[in-house]
Design a protein around this ligand. Structure first.
Ligand SMILES: *[C@@H]1O[C@H](CO)[C@@H](O)[C@H](O)[C@H]1NC(C)=O
Ligand SMILES: *[C@@H]1O[C@H](CO)[C@@H](O)[C@H](O)[C@H]1NC(C)=O
Ligand SMILES: *[C@@H]1O[C@H](CO)[C@@H](O)[C@H](O)[C@H]1NC(C)=O
Ligand SMILES: *[C@@H]1O[C@H](CO)[C@@H](O)[C@H](O)[C@H]1NC(C)=O
Length: 383
């Protein structure tokens, strides 16, 4: 009797611990979820052309990010608002065709190929989760595109994948994508090639000199000399590396990878913000002269999406990091709502203050804002 009641008490304690830790990850705040879906529906209703499966006025790589985010936000909430979107999307419909030539499809930019893999995986996760659908076609497409990326690695500058197929630039974003795809690919498929590539990619990034004294990644390396080119520390270059480090940590348990990620997160919060809100250098039109271009308009959201992924990979062993960054994540979403959102629900590119003329309203800046709301729904405070 005594033994069984002790066992019962232990079981209840264990169950309580499990419930608490589940709650920390699975609770989705109604108000921030509503915000994310309002904007996601606005995108789908106004900016998505279901005839082509593409955004009106969009581009292939930013659309990949948008498709990834719309499926991510459904996965994290268990909702199915955009059912059928994966197969309808330009990327998805090509994945369903067995003879798609992925080399032509993804084009000369190796980083664009990387975003496509992330979108294919997230759409596959949605289809598998909600419909128990066979997603082999999506996964086969993703594997083919991944191999194309990997084939652009060589020994110039000691390693790294090239930015484009003409092999003239080694940069941060393409290699951060290769890191995150390789580490996440290993977690998904337990294929050692992916793990070896992830370790190789991180060792190369770490030794490349692309991270500056402030802890921020510059854009890339000078062709020929392979030194840090000192070019813009775009927010997305501080973001994609985080999901890569988080996934490689989940695969290896190497704690240094978490500290390396924290250095970059803290440097971003310290150096790439105004009043605690992310600011791309081109957001300041007075200082820069021209506003952010259509690519740059989506970068801040990508930073938040990959911080979200980082926390998903590390929070089981590092719940304190969710607490550490929760308020910051919440402030970004709040600023998007307060300073960047117009009465039509369009979202401009400038988040850090009232639009002083430099905020561009585009499908890319809209997607960026949705990413901020999605990260907030997952890890922000619930007000
Ligand atoms: C696309 O761009 C054109 C030209 O700038 C503009 O007139 C149109 O309203 C845009 N459409 C959407 C849905 O943003
Ligand atoms: C592991 O991944 C590599 C690279 O994509 C691929 O060539 C290989 O066939 C995969 N191995 C298995 C067992 O699936
Ligand atoms: C852990 O990661 C750090 C940083 O990249 C690296 O220097 C170290 O060798 C790794 N440790 C192991 C056991 O692989
Ligand atoms: C970044 O932060 C460091 C430490 O606070 C500071 O010394 C440096 O001037 C900052 N750089 C920029 C570009 O804000």
């Amino acid at each position: 009797m005594q033994y069984s009641s002790l066992a019962q008490v232990l079981f209840l304690i264990l169950a309580a611990i499990l419930v608490v830790s589940e709650a920390a990850t699975e609770f989705e705040c109604p108000s921030t979820v509503a915000l994310a879906f309002n904007e996601a529906h606005h995108y789908k209703d106004v900016d998505y052309d279901s005839a082509t499966g593409s955004s009106i006025n969009g581009s292939f790589w930013t659309d990949s990010n948008t498709m990834e985010t719309l499926h991510l936000v459904m996965l994290q909430t268990g909702r199915s608002d955009f059912d059928g979107l994966a197969d309808n999307s330009f990327l998805g419909r090509n994945a369903l065709i067995p003879f798609t030539d992925w080399e032509t499809f993804t084009g000369p930019f190796i980083d664009d190929a990387g975003w496509a893999v992330l979108a294919l995986w997230t759409m596959a996760d949605y289809k598998a989760t909600h419909h128990q659908q066979n997603v082999d076609d999506f996964l086969t497409a993703a594997a083919t595109v991944y191999d194309l990326i990997a084939s652009n690695w060589d020994d110039t500058c000691g390693g790294g994948v090239w930015w484009t197929v003409d092999h003239t630039y080694k940069n941060a974003i393409t290699n951060e994508l290769f890191l995150t795809l390789s580490a996440q690919g290993y977690l998904r498929f337990k294929n050692d090639t992916y793990l070896e590539n992830a370790k190789k990619a991180w060792a190369w990034i770490e030794g490349s000199g692309m991270r500056n004294a402030q802890g921020l990644y510059n854009d890339g390396l000078v062709f020929g000399t392979c030194v840090n080119n000192g070019e813009t520390t775009w927010t997305y270059n501080q973001g994609v590396v985080l999901s890569g480090l988080g996934a490689l940590y989940a695969a290896t348990g190497n704690e240094t990878l978490v500290s390396e990620a924290e250095i970059t997160i803290d440097a971003t919060i310290r150096n790439l913000t105004v009043n605690g809100i992310l600011k791309e250098s081109c957001d300041d039109v007075v200082l820069e002269g021209t506003p952010c271009d259509s690519d740059q308009q989506i970068f801040k959201g990508i930073w938040l999406k990959h911080l979200q992924y980082f926390l998903t990979f590390v929070h089981p062993t590092h719940p304190e990091l969710v607490e550490k960054y929760q308020a910051f994540i919440g402030s970004q979403s709040e600023a998007v709502l307060r300073f960047a959102t117009d009465p039509q629900l369009d979202i401009g590119s400038v988040w850090y203050g009232v639009d002083a003329g430099g905020s561009v309203f585009s499908v890319q800046s809209l997607a960026s804002g949705i990413m901020a709301h999605a990260a907030n729904a997952e890890y922000g405070p619930c007000l």
